[in-house]
Design a protein around this ligand. Structure first.
Ligand code: GLC
Length: 442
């Protein structure tokens, strides 16, 4: 069922000397201080400038149409579940159309699930037959098609990779999820770890520039703190293969040594409505991921899409908190993006065509987020994003001398009064736009 190339495994250990020397059982891990390279720092900067990306959760689970956790939620046995592969034929998949629809939203990068917790590889891999090329009648490397199209259309590629696996028996010891998927024999962590590194190596050598590897699943072992994921070696290998590749890990903790971005799930940095956040905010570039409806993977009953206005507000609020928004879509089993999602992408894009300048390349503004909205900043310009104000005046505690205040959409002057303590912006009536943007020039 699974082929493994032991010679290659040994070869990889030899290349990544660091990897093997660090993982001798029982020895304390040497934690070397991570110094990002110049390419990596440049890539972080480009990442933050982009401010907006689209997440794509696609795997065999799309066929069951109940989200990407269906395998463990319903205790589906791995030897039944794997039969889905022989019926997976996403006839309508068209990488060009996906990338074009995503680009139309103004998003600057795509993060694709190469292998989710179900354990199925959505790319051509030598290290397991359980992949989209070898195990499905479709036989196409969708990741390759997507990566090529990203390059053609000029959008950065990020790759999601699950650390945990509900299918393989060498993902052992088991974590707190996937306990009912019927694995009765246990392989060894060592082969699983090598398998992951071999796959990651493929991802970083066969698909052109990858701007980020986005890990998930660390939390599967958060109740056995002695468990060692051996991340430092893995991270070192990634940075060696592609120094500009950023590493993010959705572990819901403050970033670990070797990581380049900090990820938040379903909440803006500093907020914790979903119960996954609480961790403090680091100095690394920030990203928050959020669903467009309620689920990550395609769920047929979930038509609960957020309105375009809500999604735009989320994006603006993220930018005001100095974070990127990674907004998710779960493609259908036939290979299409859901029509509602495509519609939302277009509407966000129409807004971004006008207001993109107040988002791209900005950083969270000097005035921290307030009830009425947020600020973003670029050079000597501040964009005051008024999202919710029932008043025709707005006072900002801003002491920098403002030369000019204009309404961003039509460049008409905005009346203001400034004294030593702050500035009062005055409008004819309370703002009603989705985002009423006032530009202040210093
Ligand atoms: C959680 C979920 C996973 C999803 C991820 C996206 O970790 O377990 O299914 O891919 O969030 O942020």
């Amino acid at each position: 069922m699974k082929k493994r190339n032991w010679i290659k495994t040994i070869g990889l250990c030899a290349i990544g000397g660091l990897m093997c020397t660090h993982s001798i059982a029982g020895e304390p891990q040497k934690t070397q201080k991570y110094e990002p390279t110049a390419e990596n720092l440049k890539s972080r900067e480009a990442f933050s400038n982009d401010r907006f990306g689209i997440f794509l959760h696609w795997g065999l689970y799309s066929m069951l149409a109940q989200g990407e956790w269906v395998m463990t939620n319903q205790d589906l046995k791995w030897d039944e579940y794997e039969k889905l592969a022989s019926g997976f034929y996403p006839a309508k998949f068209n990488a060009h159309d996906w990338v074009a629809a995503i680009k139309a939203s103004g998003a600057k990068y795509i993060c694709f699930t190469t292998r989710h917790h179900e354990g199925f590889s959505m790319f051509d891999t030598k290290w397991s037959d359980y992949n989209i090329v070898d195990a499905t009648p479709f036989k196409r490397d969708v990741l390759k098609e997507l990566a090529d199209e990203c390059q053609k259309q000029g959008i950065a590629l990020h790759l999601y990779y699950s650390h945990l696996d509900w299918y393989r028996n060498d993902y052992y010891p088991l974590g707190r999820t996937g306990r009912g998927t019927g694995r009765t024999t246990h392989g060894e962590w060592k082969t699983y770890y090598e398998f992951m590194n071999n796959q990651i190596k493929e991802l970083l050598t066969n698909y052109g520039p990858v701007r980020c590897i986005w890990f998930d699943g660390w939390w599967d072992h958060d109740q056995d703190p002695d468990f060692d994921w051996q991340l430092p070696e893995q991270y070192a290998m990634i940075h060696e293969l592609q120094p500009s590749c950023l590493i993010g890990n959705n572990h819901h903790q403050v970033p670990f040594e070797g990581e380049d971005i900090q990820i938040f799930e379903r909440d803006l940095p500093g907020e914790n409505t979903a119960g996954l956040s609480g961790q403090s905010i680091s100095h690394l570039p920030l990203e928050t991921c959020q669903t467009m409806n309620g689920m990550w993977g395609y769920k047929i009953v979930d038509q609960n899409y957020k309105s375009t206005e809500t999604l735009i507000h989320y994006l603006v609020n993220a930018a005001g908190k100095d974070a990127n928004l990674l907004m998710n879509i779960g493609p259908q089993p036939n290979g299409e993006l859901p029509a509602t999602a495509v519609q939302r992408l277009k509407e966000i894009g129409d807004w971004m065509k006008i207001y993109g300048e107040t988002i791209y390349g900005t950083r969270g503004g000097k005035i921290t987020p307030r009830d009425w909205g947020v600020t973003t900043q670029k050079d000597n310009r501040m964009f005051v994003h008024i999202l919710n104000l029932q008043d025709n005046g707005l006072y900002l505690p801003l002491t920098d001398k403002v030369k000019k205040a204009i309404l961003f959409k039509d460049q008409t002057p905005v009346k203001f009064r400034q004294d030593k303590k702050g500035i009062l912006l005055q409008f004819d009536s309370a703002p009603t736009d989705i985002d009423y943007v006032v530009e202040l020039i210093f």
